[in-house]
Unconditional design. Structure first.
Length: 113
């Protein structure tokens, strides 16, 4: 059974930073592409960043230059380093594995102005 557990969310002032982590179990983590999504109140879930099993990364235009996705295959963990946070980054952040289509429970990020 695939399980994804996100941590690291919280309340931060605009301009601050947070690092989200997503630990995977039940999958061969090293072979799957991983993604971070977010969903703000009243909005659809949107893709924030993804990283392939080979380490290639892509970002949504809204977060380019501010967010960095990375992975540690030995720890079965994918990270999202978020810097220069803006109030519009407020959302629940979810990790997702492309191999099995599993989702974590989400972690709340709130950025105050």
């Amino acid at each position: 059974q695939v399980q994804l557990v996100e941590t690291g969310g919280g309340l931060v002032q605009a301009g601050g930073s947070l690092r989200l982590s997503c630990v995977a179990s039940g999958i061969i983590f090293s072979i799957t592409d991983m993604r971070w999504y977010r969903q703000a109140p009243g909005k659809e879930r949107e893709l924030v960043a993804d990283i392939t099993n080979g380490g290639r990364t892509n970002y949504a235009d809204a977060v380019k230059g501010r967010f960095t996705i990375s992975r540690d295959n030995a720890k079965k963990t994918v990270y999202l380093q978020m810097s220069s946070l803006k109030p519009e980054d407020t959302a629940v952040y979810y990790c997702h594995d492309r191999a099995f289509g599993s989702w974590g429970q989400g972690t709340q990020v709130t950025v105050s102005s």
